[in-house]
Design a binder for this molecule. Sequence first.
Ligand SMILES: [Zn+2]
Length: 297
Amino acid sequence: MALRLDRLITLHLVSPLQRLSLRAKPAIPILMYHSVADHDESRTRPYYRTATSPAVFAAQMEQLHSHGYRTCTVAQVRTLLESDPAIAARTVAITFDDGYRDFYLNAFPVLHKYGFTATMFLPTAFIGDTMLQFKGRDCLTWSEVRELQQSGVLFGSHTMTHPQLRDLDSASVEREITNSKSSIEQKTGSAVSTFAYPYAFPQRDAEFKKRLRVSLSRAGYLSGVCTTLGRATSHSDQFFMERLPVNSLDDPALFHAKLSGAYDWMAKPQSAVKAGKAWVRAVVRRDPVIGGTGEQV
Ligand SMILES: [Zn+2]
């Protein structure tokens, strides 16, 4: 079994210290799910797994319910943090990326049972009138999207083709964020105001973030999330709010620690790893002897 250093530190170091601190600033955990299905991810490192088994998902929702959590959509997070910190303290936002059909089959019935809402982010090129696939997994159809929307699920954009946005020219970025928004709006008849950045978020690239923020705002978005670790606070960037990744390995103790903020420390190692990767990419681009074309990095 792989050593879960993040789990070890969270449960045995950060959680006990956190219980000693008296003042906690209001924060809303935004959970990030992908698939709710029994996919075999045994060859993927724990941190990078994106599937949550239906049994684990049901147990996590039961845990939220029994601890008195209520849910809100991503679009409501900011307002709640600013207007009602007491309610925010017992609120969680549940999000799903990539538009997988297993949400319809395995996740929504459980959410519905507890009266929970959720926000689903769609890469619209993979959502069709007939079923398409993304990364080898079945995706929702537009009629299922409409059915879910009528049952209270909020839909947001996850671009059209799920590209590495930072690698695209500005015209392509604009196309990805505006066309995906208008597709969902045309197919559902409802305005789309929230966005999820695909892949690892380049949180240290201030220039890129500034440009993307302007583009998102101009396109009519009001809120958004990314993969930066942590819980959302009133200081979060409204277009790139932090989230907490969840998968089948989140047992009740780790799930509880994530909700209560004891996993937020992971943002720093995550940022350091990203900075290291960015440095390698920069070296590779400059030095053809080390990196060749750099396509494999
Ligand atoms: Zn995605």
